[in-house]
Write a protein of this length. Structure first.
Length: 255
């Protein structure tokens, strides 16, 4: 007896260890992203004192596009894999919608309250992953979903009474963010993370810019433009760095 495992068992164990390692790295990357994202909310809250939600959303994606451009240029990631542009564009628009909903919520309700309501997003994502990604839903996850949903309702009910319909804005943000995560997972096997960030940023920036332009022409509330002061420029840079880095970790985790 040599004490060695048969080849088949040894290969199976190696695959299991590799998969466990990938899961651990992915979980660490997701945690890093979630730790960085709140800084984005802080800068958005500061900008929200003088700027509208659509303006802040525009600057957020302008900065993301600008920060990702050198990486796309250096790595020559201009070629978009066939059949992925539409999904990448939808992914960017969903993130823009999630961002605009959340930034609008910050103008009406406290940040802690908005974040607490937004954290229904993992519950929505878990349910959507069963439908769109074919993942299995076990009893422990069902229990966690029910417990999380109960907690969200406990927070949401007094918030709606105190702040009215704006308390529902983080729910819209959570739904759009969950759909964004589904598309991120689908694209992660065929599209480079940097290209996803760049294309999503460009599409979102152009869409919000068009909305701001049309809104100014026909006087839609909340689509005005306010010049950036020195402090606001610093906050926009912080907003862009936090959002780009945080979502980069999320994309890496999805891969």
């Amino acid at each position: 007896m040599t004490g060695e495992l048969p080849y088949g068992q040894d290969a199976a164990m190696e695959r299991t260890v590799t998969q466990d390692t990938r899961h651990a790295v992915g979980a660490a990357q997701m945690c890093a992203g979630m730790l960085i994202i709140p800084f984005l909310d802080v800068f958005a809250k500061l900008l929200g004192e003088t700027h509208g939600a659509f303006e802040i959303t525009f600057w957020r994606f302008f900065m993301q596009s600008a920060l990702m451009l050198p990486f796309v240029y250096y790595l020559k990631l201009w070629r978009i894999p066939p059949g992925t542009f539409g999904l990448q564009a939808c992914r960017g628009l969903l993130l823009a919608a999630a961002t605009a909903f959340f930034f609008a919520a910050l103008r009406h309700i406290p940040m802690a309250e908005a974040i607490a309501i937004f954290f229904v997003q993992p519950l929505i994502l878990t349910l959507l992953s069963v439908v769109f990604l074919g993942e299995r839903l076990r009893f422990r996850r069902i229990g966690a979903i029910l417990a999380g949903l109960g907690g969200t309702l406990v927070i949401l009910q007094p918030s709606v009474i105190a702040f009215g319909l704006p308390a529902l804005l983080p729910l819209g943000s959570a739904l759009a963010m969950a759909l964004y995560m589904i598309l991120t997972r689908k694209l992660s096997t065929s599209v480079h993370a940097y290209q996803m960030q760049f294309v999503g940023g460009i599409v979102s920036m152009l869409a919000v810019a068009a909305l701001l332009g049309i809104g100014n022409l026909i006087s839609i509330p909340g689509t005005g433009y306010t010049a950036l002061g020195q402090a606001q420029i610093i906050w926009v840079v912080g907003l862009g760095v936090a959002s780009t880095l945080g979502h980069a970790f999320i994309v890496w985790a999805a891969g």
